[in-house]
Design a protein around this ligand. Structure first.
Ligand SMILES: [Zn+2]
Ligand SMILES: [Zn+2]
Length: 136
């Protein structure tokens, strides 16, 4: 066993290693600090500077970073804003009317619409228009 002076708190401590620098209380603290320093270094190392040139790991092309989290070139980055889905588009541009039909009629209407080369929606609207024209 060696008696050493802790570099952090100055306390004498017993250790089996002649290279030990810290008492057992400070050793934990030092380890925590080291971990933190390592983490900070790692994080600052991976953060990309906006406007800097990076090489896309997917296609290997050079690109200019436009946001801090950008990892790939514009071609390889999936678009963040998806085009509004069909349902969303419909919701924004159309009102929805639910039409109840007798059991089994739905398939017949669908088939009829298909035979007319229309969607059920179009068929109903066309039918409505025709009705309105005849009932003014
Ligand atoms: Zn100590
Ligand atoms: Zn790319």
């Amino acid at each position: 066993m060696f008696t050493r002076k802790c570099e952090l708190c100055g306390m004498d401590f017993q250790t089996a290693s002649n290279r030990a620098k810290y008492c057992k209380y400070c050793r934990d603290k030092v380890q925590v600090q080291r971990n933190r320093a390592y983490k900070e270094k790692k994080e600052s190392g991976t953060a990309v500077k906006i406007g800097s040139e990076q090489i896309c790991p997917l296609c290997g092309k050079t690109f200019t970073v436009t946001s801090g989290s950008q990892k790939y070139c514009r071609n390889c980055t999936p678009p963040r804003k998806k085009a509004p889905s069909n349902t969303e588009y419909l919701k924004n541009h159309y009102d929805y009317i639910r039409v109840n039909v007798s059991k089994g009629e739905r398939e017949k209407i669908k088939e009829y619409a298909q035979s007319q080369g229309m969607s059920v929606n179009k068929l109903l609207l066309t039918a409505l228009k025709e009705y309105q024209e005849h009932h003014k």
